[in-house]
Design a protein around this ligand. Structure first.
Ligand SMILES: Cc1cc2nc3c(=O)[nH]c(=O)nc-3n(C[C@H](O)[C@H](O)[C@H](O)COP(=O)(O)O)c2cc1C
Length: 216
């Protein structure tokens, strides 16, 4: 079914799956997040660990794109990328970012803000070595975010890397690794009827987490 632009204004969904009450939430947002992530996985959300990462360039312009969450523990939310990509250079200059998860079948959103640091080289190495060989080749072959004249160039670069490392597995590229976002705030959003959604935000305090309900 095609979407007629004139009908966009009429596209809307009323949410009714479940309420979210303060008493449903754990005192710590990290186990709470892991619980929701697991529920998204069980609900067969496609790529439940996909998250929109927003960064800011030196002009203050925000940019967003999807990346995959690869680890989550009390120290933060970890993803892997090319350090020389747009997001990589944004984060090197301005190490604050935001993450958004949208799990449609569960009518849930999670919004996270915080400060980003690079993972250790050994952590990046361990994750890189766990990736399929073709993905390892891709990380060496692609100058992520740079202009490329055509698809043939990309495929040639891929082939050159394959020929350079015929034995595999490949070493960790110096321009590739992880970032970990240490959360400052984590908001849990549950869709409700008539746009009266439930929103709860945890904010990091020196003594733990403060939890408040927000107006939808
Ligand atoms: C579902 C999905 C998952 C993705 N996961 C990653 C990822 O984990 N790391 C990554 O660098 N790019 C990932 N990408 C590609 C990014 O969205 C983006 O195109 C790329 O990182 C370049 O972004 P940049 O030019 O803003 O730095 C993913 C894209 C999609 C749609």
């Amino acid at each position: 079914m095609s979407v007629d632009p004139q009908h966009l204004a009429a596209l809307r969904q009323d949410y009714s799956l479940a309420p979210l009450r303060r008493s449903d939430l754990l005192p710590d947002p990290i186990p709470q997040f892991l619980l929701w992530l697991d529920q998204a996985r069980k609900a067969e959300v496609i790529e439940p660990n996909a998250m929109v990462l927003s960064t800011v360039d030196p002009e203050g312009q925000p940019w967003s794109r999807t990346v995959l969450l690869k680890a989550c523990d009390p120290s933060g939310f970890t993803f892997f990328t090319n350090y020389q990509s747009s997001k990589g250079t944004h984060l090197a200059n301005h190490p604050k970012a935001a993450l958004t998860f949208w799990w449609g079948p569960l009518e849930r959103q999670v919004n996270i803000t915080g400060t980003v640091t690079c993972t250790s080289v050994s952590e990046s190495e361990t994750y890189f070595q766990s990736r399929p060989i073709k993905s390892q080749i891709g990380a060496w072959a692609s100058m992520q975010s740079q202009i490329v004249p055509d698809r043939t160039t990309l495929e040639r670069q891929f082939q050159e890397v394959e020929e350079r490392f015929p034995e595999g597995p490949l070493p960790l590229p110096p321009h590739w690794g992880g970032f970990r976002l240490a959360p400052k705030s984590i908001e849990f959003w549950q869709g409700r009827r008539s746009r009266l959604h439930d929103r709860f935000r945890y904010e990091k305090q020196s003594s733990g987490w403060a939890l408040t309900r927000l107006s939808p």
